[in-house]
Design a protein around this ligand. Structure first.
Ligand code: FES
Ligand code: FES
Length: 154
């Protein structure tokens, strides 16, 4: 099937098999490997991207379902050399260890701060509740998002 979609502001037209998942389309067809693939069960959340602004697990979406839609991946977070405040927060607060969960965490965090610029700790933990991190214990991820929220409100 021929699909046309926008990814990080750039338009793509591609022929895809109907069974191809969005996560594989992004990684294998477009070379956007910042979106990770970590499970076969829709549990881990490392594949989160934004589809028309809403965070989705891209392993639960077929590429053909993104036809005509707007996708944002972690590669689109920074503005050139200028990091997004969420990325700065993860650096400042050491919000990662191995980094495997980080792209998905950042995409959800960016959505949260766009929707709720002043989230409580509970809001942050609820937003991240569909995503797993095997390394950090979540504490520094939460701090990183609080850091970004504080920076954006200053
Ligand atoms: Fe694990 Fe998508 S790859 S939830
Ligand atoms: Fe390793 Fe989160 S930093 S899984």
């Amino acid at each position: 099937m021929r699909i046309m979609l926008t990814v990080n502001g750039k338009e793509y037209v591609r022929d895809v098999e109907p069974r191809v998942l969005l996560v594989h389309f992004l990684r294998d067809e477009l070379g956007l490997t910042g979106t990770h693939w970590g499970c076969d069960t829709s549990n881990c959340g490392v594949c989160v991207v934004r589809l028309d602004g809403v965070p989705v697990k891209s392993c639960t979406v077929l590429a053909v379902m993104a036809d005509g839609h707007d996708v944002h991946t972690v590669e689109g977070l920074a503005n050139g050399a200028e990091l997004d405040p969420v990325q700065e927060g993860f650096v400042a607060c050491h919000g990662l260890q191995c980094g495997f969960c980080t792209p998905g965490m950042m995409m959800t965090a960016r959505w949260l701060l766009d929707e709720h610029p002043d989230p409580s700790e509970e809001d942050i933990r609820t937003a991240l509740s569909g995503q797993l991190c095997r390394c950090t214990g979540y504490e520094n991820i939460v701090r990183a998002i609080q850091w970004a929220a504080a920076k954006e409100s200053s």
